[in-house]
Write a protein that binds this ligand. Structure first.
Ligand code: SF4
Ligand code: SF4
Length: 119
């Protein structure tokens, strides 16, 4: 029975009491925020908005985020603001990169790092 329930949940047929909204924990940002790329749409959007602060953090291959002072890759996202152990915020939420907007993708079966199904 346990196996059947697990299979139904995996196929999103049964979700029971599992959360379906982002918990705002910031764990995905901590795990992946130092390994992102800006899309062409991101670059256009940031140019239109005059976000030179964000553009200065993109290297010539599109990798983000780099230190604007020396161009070296950051190993974390500088825009994640941790509130406490359980909660964190994105300080550029309105203009965040497409990779962040699109996460988790179908390749992750729309489940994030915490196993939350987000659609
Ligand atoms: S998407 Fe998942 S891992 Fe990321 S903040 Fe939301 S609940 Fe946490
Ligand atoms: S830009 Fe925002 S959503 Fe993307 S990794 Fe950084 S804090 Fe997270």
């Amino acid at each position: 029975m346990t196996t059947l329930l697990a299979w139904l949940r995996k196929k999103h047929i049964l979700r029971g009491s599992e959360p379906v909204q982002c918990l705002g924990c910031g764990q995905c940002c901590e795990a992946f925020g130092g390994h992102l790329r800006a899309s062409k749409a991101d670059l256009s959007r940031w140019q239109e908005l005059g976000r030179t602060d964000l553009l200065a953090r993109v290297n010539r291959l599109g990798w983000i985020w780099v230190d604007p002072e020396n161009g070296q890759p950051e190993n974390h996202c500088p825009f994640l603001q941790r509130v406490n152990d359980k909660t964190a915020h994105c300080s550029i939420h309105e203009v965040k990169p497409d990779m962040c907007r699109d996460y988790p993708t179908l390749a992750h079966e729309k489940r994030c790092l915490r196993g939350v199904f987000l659609h």
